[in-house]
Design a binder for this molecule. Sequence first.
Ligand code: GLN
Ligand code: ZN
Length: 758
Amino acid sequence: MERLKSSNLGYPRLGEKREWKKALEGFWAGRLEEEELQKEMKQLRLSFLKKQKEKGIDMIPVGDFSYYDHILDTAVMFGLVPERFGVHKEGSISLDTYFAMARGTKDAPACEMTKWFNTNYHYIVPEIGRVEPRLTENYPLQAYKEAKNELGIEGKPVLIGPLTFLKLSKGFAPEEFEVHLEKLLPLYEQVLKELEEAGAEWVQIDEPVLSVSITEKDISMVKAAYQRLNDAAPQLSLFLQTYFEAAARFDEITRLPVAGIGLDFVHGAEQNIKALQECGFPEDKVLGAGIVDGRNIWRSDLKQKRALLTLISNIVPPERTVVQPSCSLLHVPVTTELETELPAILKDALAFADEKLTEITILRDLDHNTEAIEKNTNDLQALAQSDERGRASNSELSGLRSRRPLPFQERRVLQEQKWKLPALPTTTIGSFPQTKEVRVQRQKFRKGELPEQEYRTFIEEKMKEWVAIQEEIGLDVLVHGEFERNDMVEFFGQKLKGFAFTAFGWVQSYGSRCVKPPVIYGDVAFDKPMTVEETRFAQSLTDKPVKGMLTGPVTILNWSFVRDDLPAKDVCNQIAAAISTEVKALEDAGIEMIQVDEPALREGLPLKKEDWQDYLDWAVHAFRLATSQVKDTTQIHTHMCYSEFQDMIESIRALDADVISIETSRSHGELIEAFETAVYDKGIGLGVYDIHSPRVPPVGEMKEMIERALQVLPSSLFWINPDCGLKTRKDPETIEALKNMVTAAKEIRETKVPVQQT
Ligand code: GLN
Ligand code: ZN
């Protein structure tokens, strides 16, 4: 083969030990001057570039680095600062304004933040509207010059494309799309012209929306737009990058007037390959072959990737092919090198950002790397054939039923007889404030500084304190408070078989907030009871029912890095089987109200709507496996914290939970309206107050919320609870808010709902 080229699409910002986060938070806390922050950031940025150069990457992205979020950077570059942050008609935008948009100030609420496609990264939503866009500074140009001057690196500037940028923005009506595009295009032209003048060769323009779904109209706009951008800087080669899915209209997209097209050959691989074979690839273009998965943490099977490259080379010659990750490496941790505690068999099968870059260069220089490829095959085989994999699953699953013997309407009667709750029963979502004391004690225990017995006593004291508080407040269904939990997924992962935990496997979630997802690498299986002891203890303190509290299989799956040798659905079923054993263990211990949280169910939805149903079907099935092995009188609760409920209400009903609690306040009543048309005929609690702020809503406000809900939902099925868990709140405000909530419920019971649940 002729020599291929290698490229990267974006590098993680965090640094090996989250130096980026520490610098930012130091600055926000006033420990670091702006100048020191700038210096620290520059050092990090350059070290990332140097690393990519040392790895031998030919096309190194510049300008992908950010102080918070790259979409926010683009908005600020175009002067799109909402007026509540002050009027900025000329000059550049200060760092203070930039952070104010991201984080809010006491006078101006932060810009909205939302999920970046189907990843766990969140971007700041640009607000288009009254402010005229202008070019405040040319960030990609600055990044290009810095790399060149400081390191002699001929970087590839990265930009978010105009179509994606506008599609992700808000503040205008759909029919105004073109008007706003017209305003932005001259700014894009200017950015590109200046890059051309500075001598840049390639510019990467990210258009992930081209992988989702695009209309006829979009395509004609995109064609015209890229024609203009191409004409504006004819010496510059534009590399149009799609990712996260197959290109939506392959033939038209690959023929756009640009010099290179990047395609995802991991997610949507089948479709992209088929389209490539059917439509061919234009002879005047370079193909960015995204063959190394930019979103998972596993080594690539290099033999398989080699075969894929050969397949591609039948259509596009090597001199016009670039080997690259399927998307930016923003979504994976930095390096496995610091992971000294992992079992070797696992570590050798992992690839974070740096290891992925190595894979890319191995694949580029295939002929010289037979040894590396052999080692790769052996490492992957070692894990595949290890004792951790391939035993459990099916035999365990086969005995489980996926539906409860009686339908809800019949269970309901039996449950009402058993539980004898008042009308509009009150409860909470599970966690109580994780005070500093709680966190310190847990940490001490983890580090071995606190003997187990003392730690247990501490947790028991917390449970005693909070069972008493809940009784005093007058809640009807109590919880143990989750004081022993660090995180709702990690807690279970540490107790189940098949999970591993990295030391530095952090990924940016939003701003400086990072997550360290557990790694599911073996068969997931139940080991020993995980929550029985605490729940039973809490129950022993009271005559009121205490709800058991578990995290559901879909959430555990969606918040972990999942092994890729099995379909996600099979892994989910394994988790479900393990959780169902815990559900049974709770029931056997006399805990007969059990909540199985699924806050991440919605996050797993595929990008393309036509794929939704398949996902929802297996997700619902897994939840039902986990919760259907119980007695008719056992009441299964679930909780979800999102308010876009309308478009998946059938699936939520299919979960067949006896009671669901769901967040409401952030949807400002929209969710309640949805129930005017949608039917929900099982127990349901709509959060009656927002737990994201320390504010204590007065009784009247909560009553209003409840009354509004009762106009569309039957009072006989309605529960009263806060929006979500209370772990981030402080004690006094929590107690006060819950008191108000119970008062609101009581007052409404007296006036509005004379009939008691029997
Ligand atoms: N039971 C969990 C809690 O209260 C639920 C958390 C969540 O919905 N994310 O903390
Ligand atoms: Zn929640």
